[in-house]
Design a protein. Structure first.
Lengths: 167, 154
């Protein structure tokens, strides 16, 4: 984000995070999260494994990786403003596979003054490149009141490439 | 940190859906959160926010020092649970999560997880468990609290 003033209010859209998911990225996330579920790592097993009537056919990304990307979208804005990311709730409704491009979105739906702060609620989601919603939910946070200018050291978009992603 | 990366190992020792006891606390162990774990996780989600990497910057923010990304609870949960914990059963599918963040986790925090199954149900041909997870700091203050739904493979 830039150092331009940010006004959190109803209708504010958080700048999205968009990543191309790769097997290397899924493996790197498994290692960093210590979640080594074969769902995410074992290609041979996933080629045949059935989950009720569902067969994924290949490894899938962690739902919490998507959740973490949505959270990153929110903290990229809120933290430089001196705010606090307070809550996030998401349902994971479609799988993410290697090769998918995941794009997050968030829009403020409600705000409520809370002392010197503004409490906000936002609708959040993540979609695949074909517009399939893979995760959907709500988030909540607080920012100081008024038009806000992020601190000098804001997150540089060029720096936020995921492991294994082609540059 | 001693971590088992093969989730097939000890598979037969883990509770099935029918064996998971609602309301009973899962066996956990305290975890000291390291800067290494924080930064590895941040990098894995492409999050190079200086709050996680630049101590001088972080010292001059409202946080007063380096912190962890909110979703650090993901590695913490797997580090804090035993190899036989049913969350590590191969084929466990995450259906949804919600987390409340009370304060940021920080390097050197000694965190304790209290976790249990809250409910379990057979819904649309799937076996679900609803579970809660609360992380406490060394003073027993809540750091973050979450609830999740997982689809059990067996």
């Amino acid at each position: 984000m830039s150092s331009q003033a940010v006004a959190i209010g109803v209708g504010y859209e958080f700048p999205s995070v968009s990543v191309v998911v790769s097997r290397e990225m899924i493996s790197a996330y498994a290692a960093a999260s210590y979640d080594f579920n074969p769902l995410h790592l074992d290609e041979d097993w996933m080629a045949e494994a059935e989950f009720g009537s569902t067969r994924f056919g290949e490894v899938i990304a962690h739902g919490l990786m998507t959740y973490s990307l949505v959270t990153r979208m929110l903290t990229d804005v809120v933290y430089p403003l001196g705010g606090w990311h307070e809550r996030c709730e998401m349902r994971f409704i479609a799988p993410v596979r290697a090769g998918d491009t995941i794009t997050t979105s968030g829009i403020v739906s409600h705000v409520r003054p809370m002392g010197a702060q503004l409490l906000y609620a936002a609708a959040v989601r993540a979609e695949r490149q074909d517009a399939t919603v893979v995760a959907i939910g709500d988030a909540m946070g607080r920012v100081p009141k008024g038009p806000l200018r992020p601190e000098t050291h804001t997150v540089q978009r060029a720096m936020v490439d995921l492991p294994g992603q082609d540059q | 940190m001693d971590v088992e990366t093969d989730f097939w190992k000890d598979e037969e020792r883990r509770a099935t859906w029918d064996e998971i006891e609602v309301g009973v606390e899962r066996q956990t162990r305290p975890v000291e959160l390291t800067l290494e774990v924080i930064q590895a996780y941040a990098r894995a989600i492409g999050d190079l926010n200086p709050l996680y990497f630049d101590e001088e910057y972080a010292n001059h923010t409202v946080f007063g020092g380096l912190i962890a990304p909110p979703t650090i609870h993901v590695p913490l949960l797997f580090l804090a649970t035993e190899v036989t914990d049913w969350m590590k059963t191969p084929g466990t599918i995450n259906a949804g999560q919600n987390w409340y963040y009370r304060r940021p986790a920080r390097p050197r925090d000694l965190l304790t997880l209290r976790a249990r199954a809250l409910d379990k149900l057979y819904h649309r041909e799937r076996l679900f468990v609803i579970h809660d997870n609360v992380f406490y700091d060394h003073d027993q203050n809540v750091v973050c609290a979450g609830r999740g739904w997982t689809v059990r493979p067996r």
